[in-house]
Design a protein around this ligand. Sequence first.
Ligand code: SF4
Length: 310
Amino acid sequence: MEQVVAPSAPSAIELPETESRLSNSFLRLRKHLMRKVGEAIVDYGMIEEGDVVMVCVSGGKDSFTLLSLLLALRERAPIDFRIVAMNLDQKQPGFPDHVLPAYFESIGVEYRIVTENTYKIVKDKIPEGKTTCSLCSRLRRGIIYRTAKEVGATKIALGHHRDDMIETLFLNMFFGGKMKAMPPKLVSDDRQNVVIRPLAYCSEKDIERFARGMEYPIIPCNLCGSQENAQRKQIKAMLRDWDSRFPGRIVSIATALKNVVPSHLADGELFDFRNVSRSTEVGEGDIVFDAPELPVGAGSTDIPIGIWRP
Ligand code: SF4
């Protein structure tokens, strides 16, 4: 069952008039997050003139924040694009299905609610006690892709942030034997959808703080009864520990994702090691016998982005 609703009010985000949301520190945080989203959009060519961006909103802090920031950025963007908020009601027990429509109405954004009982499918198919997330996400992905086509979306925006990307990198390295993270922009296997992650440069800490200040009507993410993946939990704890003990380390890892040097890894598919000879160009300098020089405070991602910058 689907419900399509056109906006009933202008879709500008107004910060509610409370003290905390008008405080200088909150306004600075909001500006910082908007700048980071603007940078990511420009760096990866995420949104173009005439795009229809379907923003997937689960009811968690990340997707609420993504929607707010995209709406605010659209007000000052040099291009025109449409935003459609989308929520998939998976019929999990206790899912408060009135919350998101009411929120979307209150901010006047065009939205679509899709109701599909994937909860039942997952419960029927997966034996009790086994983890349900992979089937659940596969089903959800299919429905999101189909809905994107139906609304005429040219981009699907997801609320994954910088720390999700780093967690995925370590998950793949520790448990999958791969150096692979979560891309800021990708095309789906069937080539029908382009997925973007505009929060790619935003830290989870900042998003948490922003979402608290905005007092979003957060919907708990454990309604399905599934536990968070134990390995992801472990990685998250490791990264949080690093972040508190070694400030700057997480920023540096995020920067590293943008500075890959194939000739200094070991993947023969990325770099032709077999044919390395004395005439091979040395791109990154030869430090065979020396320790690499590490710049102090490495990790800045500040890049000029012109008028996308708030
Ligand atoms: S936590 Fe629940 S809703 Fe989320 S992917 Fe896993 S099974 Fe699906």
